[in-house]
Design a protein around this ligand. Sequence first.
Ligand code: GLN
Length: 411
Amino acid sequence: MTTARRTHGFRESVIRGMSRLAREHRAINLAQGFPNFAAPDLLKEAAARAIHDDINQYAITWGAQRLREAIARKYERWYGLAADPEREITVTCGATEAMISTLLALVDPGDEVIVFEPFYENYGPDTILADARPVYVPLEPGQPLDLDRLANAFAPRTRAIIVNTPSNPSGRVLTRAELEAIADLCVQHDVLAVTDEIYEHIRFEGAHIPIATLPGMRERTVTISGASKTFSVTGWRIGWIVAPADLTDAIRKVHDFLTVGAPAPLQEGVATALDELDATFYEALTAMYRGKRDLLHSALDSAGFRCLRPEGAYYILADYTGLGPATGPAAPDDTAFAVWLSREVGVTPVPGSSFYREGGGRSYVRFVFCKTEEILMEAARRLRTLRDDGSASGAREARAPEPAVDSGLQR
Ligand code: GLN
């Protein structure tokens, strides 16, 4: 039997594939970005209470009223961004569903969508599923956005630009000047900004600036975020969209027919967390991730990888090609290297090429640091063997027994 053409232009998720590989090799999974530590009690208790209270049926398709109101209060409080919970906020099954629902609702076949490269691997397939064409502009770790190249990417068919800051996997946090330059181009060319701000509270440099708050942008921005990363609940699948009412109308139609809605009792938990967790929680979150970032960065650096400390999000894109013998016959490219590292060293990254177009990113692998200190220290110990003998031989024998180092709470 044949399959639909729209599925032919992209491949399966490499990130999810590497998670499966980590399980197979009983390696520490530093591939897929999910925390292996507990979520806040307050959030869990509120969700558990909702289940006990029999909040079992569909919430309103565009989100439980209580959660939409809590989201509106959050945007007002944090960013001075007013949004009407009745007409401008939609709760989705994670930021992932938010992005695909938005593109299906707002982008026509043949339109172009600008995507920064390296990119989170969903954006290309999302664009292709919407029958649109992704147009790539570089945004490398530690590098400023090339504004000339960006300006050149705006063309008559450009419908939208996807703005992911803090950025996965580059770790860049776009500066106010960069965001203003993007905003100016959007206004000038009548283009939509579709954002992915899921890491808004995991950043180490500068403030988070939603592009919707810049002049002329509120009416042309679809702001996407969610609970997954801020509250360490990637499996709950609670995301949201803030967008002008006319755009929201179209997005809600797609969202409704795709999913009906996000899990009702979990929406209650997230509403409570948004309303009740105060500045102390957010400060502690940043401080915790700063410590983890520094730990993984120094482990990679001393193992011989070349990498920068990210400004935000919880990933490090690391160049492995200076490792010497380890990159020789054992590792002709990033995929072979990632597989080899899983098998021989017991640490699984994602091959860099999955964040670039064909042929790009082959000197990189991406590691996550959203893991307990214990796991990161064990990963550091394993990675040190790369340095000790240049080939990691013996790393396997030196491994601590499982499941003491099981990094996955993934079932
Ligand atoms: N955003 C996370 C990552 O980049 C998780 C992706 C996923 O598997 N949904 O690893």
